[in-house]
Design a binder for this molecule. Structure first.
Ligand SMILES: C[S@@+](CC[C@H](N)C(=O)[O-])C[C@H]1O[C@@H](n2cnc3c(N)ncnc32)[C@H](O)[C@@H]1O
Length: 205
């Protein structure tokens, strides 16, 4: 906020992990997105001059992308066998795939949202961890790059976002496509809860 405030970092993935597991999600992988030094906030400047211990604040060039699936006692192989041949063929991961969990990708910027995922990051994670037709859930939708990439790669998506400004932003970005079987639905939390109640009582939505 100002020079009199300390520049604290917050370990979001570590904080969220126990909640996700408690709510029926199984951890699969942590992908480390590595950004170029020049693209991140400079935190090390002061330390470089004074070299005082505790003043050390490295430039944070990485972000975690955590991959989970719905908890199941089935093996991944069982999952793979449940797809038909055409889907397996159409979902084959192209050459040039990542071989470690550290992925170097240039960041991208957006006029409205301050923390956008690059499409390339979303593309890789969706191609490596899902088949065509699968449902991708991004609980922190933001500028919806995950949703847009999922759609472009033939996957379905379910997104949640808590900030009304970004919810309106994603609505404004939607361009209805005549060839889509189903239009994207945008629901407030109350509308969503109501729609699930309608479904469970056999109502039509
Ligand atoms: C880094 S952005 C996500 C980028 C995004 N996944 C993309 O595809 O570009 C994180 C977003 O999570 C949202 N967020 C934070 N806490 C949330 C919560 N509890 N529920 C839903 N959204 C939340 C923030 O408002 C922000 O827009």
């Amino acid at each position: 906020m100002s020079r009199s405030h300390s520049s604290k970092r917050y370990p979001i993935p570590f904080d969220l992990h126990p909640y996700l597991v408690k709510n029926g999600w199984e951890f699969i992988d942590d992908i480390i997105w590595q950004k170029p030094d020049y693209s991140v906030k400079n935190r090390i400047g002061e330390f470089m001059q004074r070299r005082k211990p505790l003043d050390y604040k490295p430039n944070a060039v990485t972000e975690y992308l955590m991959v989970y699936r719905k908890e199941t006692n089935k093996l991944i192989d069982w999952n793979i066998r449940s797809y038909d041949k055409e889907t397996i063929q159409a979902s084959r991961v192209p050459n040039g795939f990542e071989t470690t969990n550290v992925w170097k990708i240039e960041p991208c910027f957006d006029k409205i949202h301050s923390a956008v995922f690059p499409a390339e990051l979303c593309k890789r994670v969706i191609q490596y961890y899902s088949f065509k037709g699968d449902l991708i859930f991004d609980p922190f939708a933001g500028s919806v790059t995950v949703g847009e990439t999922a759609r472009a790669l033939g996957r379905k998506f379910f997104l949640t976002e808590k900030e009304a400004t970004y919810f309106e932003y994603m609505k404004s970005k939607e361009k209805p496509c005549l060839f889509e079987k189903e239009a994207t639905k945008f629901l407030t939390l109350n509308e969503f809860i109501e729609s699930t109640l309608n479904l469970s009582t056999g109502g039509i939505n």
